[in-house]
Ligand binder design. Structure first.
Ligand code: SF4
Ligand code: SF4
Length: 334
């Protein structure tokens, strides 16, 4: 992955340690969801469709830390819901940073000005702001006017205060290579965020909008065109070269959802944070009692159009690590 040197070295040594211990399956990044509530109601969101009693709940700090300790992943992505609505989210972040975990706090950034004083800049911590397009497209995606301007202002302020800020952009079939280029050029060159992540939208069964998810062929075509002309190399994308090859359709991979487990108020979600086929009480139980071979494109109909990083980026990272040529390529692209 293109990431700061400190993080790359840590991940590389973690992967070597897993290999030396002969572990077949292990976590690379934990998706921690300490609440389901959100201050927005995006039409493509499959997370906020929980019953009211669950939307009211917040995960206790000790429970979140215990899940992190149990699974041992070196990177933690905190999502939801909107994590800034959790009254103790700053404590969870501070405790994880203290344990030298790399923490990404995924936020729509609307509440960031109100809560930014609760956080301290650290090389182990980044705000990951959700921005789906330029003003009109982003506000349409989040179903509310003014959110793009609020998010951009919050990113500028966070950067001014010395925080690492990354972005995550979800693309739908209403996007074109030009809209992809416009938003990534803006984030890379104008807003100058530290790194950018891309997500082809996953077809959540429970999302109100069921018409705008990308199919595999559309995804490949979209990214192949958007990445052409040297832009892929120029953009500070937070993905491994092999995952970007995968998005473009130059390589194909099986899903390794076990490497990005998801822990929420409901437990360890089977098999990944996009799909819920029940919950396990521990990461070990999740690993041991899930039939991993039955998931992924070509295996489960619900995975047919999934090219999300939670299934395929770990496969790309593991393929990078097992090839000297790909490792050198990843180092060069960092
Ligand atoms: S901001 Fe994120 S969590 Fe909130 S509704 Fe939108 S997609 Fe869902
Ligand atoms: S392909 Fe993998 S990551 Fe995608 S929905 Fe299926 S199990 Fe989850």
């Amino acid at each position: 992955m293109s990431m700061p040197l400190r993080q790359s070295l840590r991940i590389a040594s973690y992967l070597v340690a897993q290999k030396m211990r002969g572990r077949r399956r292990f976590p690379l990044l934990l998706e921690l969801e300490p609440l389901f509530a959100c201050n927005l109601k995006c039409a493509g969101c499959g997370k906020i469709q929980q019953p009211a009693h669950l939307l009211k709940r917040r995960m206790p700090v000790a429970q979140a830390l215990a899940a992190v300790e149990e699974c041992g992943a070196p990177m933690i992505s905190i999502a939801g819901g909107e994590p800034l609505m959790h009254p103790e989210i700053h404590t969870i972040v501070a405790e994880l940073v203290r344990r030298r975990k790399f923490v990404f706090l995924c936020t729509n950034a609307v509440l960031l000005p109100k809560h930014i004083d609760r956080f301290r800049p650290s090389p182990y911590f980044a705000f990951t702001v959700h921005i789906d397009g330029l003003r009109e497209r982003h506000d349409a995606a989040v179903c509310k006017d003014g959110v793009f301007d609020a998010a951009v202002a919050a990113v500028r302020e966070a950067k001014r205060r010395g925080f690492r800020v990354t972005t995550n952009t979800t693309f739908f079939n209403t996007d074109t290579p030009q809209t992809v280029i416009e938003v990534l050029d803006y984030l890379n060159d104008d807003l100058r965020v530290d790194e950018m992540m891309l997500s082809p939208a996953y077809a959540y069964e429970r999302a109100p909008d069921q018409e705008h998810f990308l199919g595999v062929t559309e995804t490949r075509e979209l990214f192949r065109k958007a990445f052409s002309g040297g832009r892929r190399r120029r953009w500070r994308l937070n993905h491994s070269p092999l995952f970007l090859d995968f998005l473009e359709g130059k390589v194909d991979f099986p899903c390794t959802a076990w490497a990005i487990p998801s822990y929420s108020l409901l437990g360890w979600q089977r098999p990944c944070y996009l799909m819920a086929d029940g919950y396990a009480a521990s990461y070990r139980e999740l690993l041991e009692s899930t039939d991993w071979d039955s998931y992924g494109r070509g295996r489960d109909a619900r995975c047919a159009n999934c090219m999300a990083h939670c299934g395929y980026e770990p496969t790309a990272v593991l393929a990078t690590m097992s090839s000297l040529r790909q490792s050198l390529r990843a180092v060069r692209s960092a």
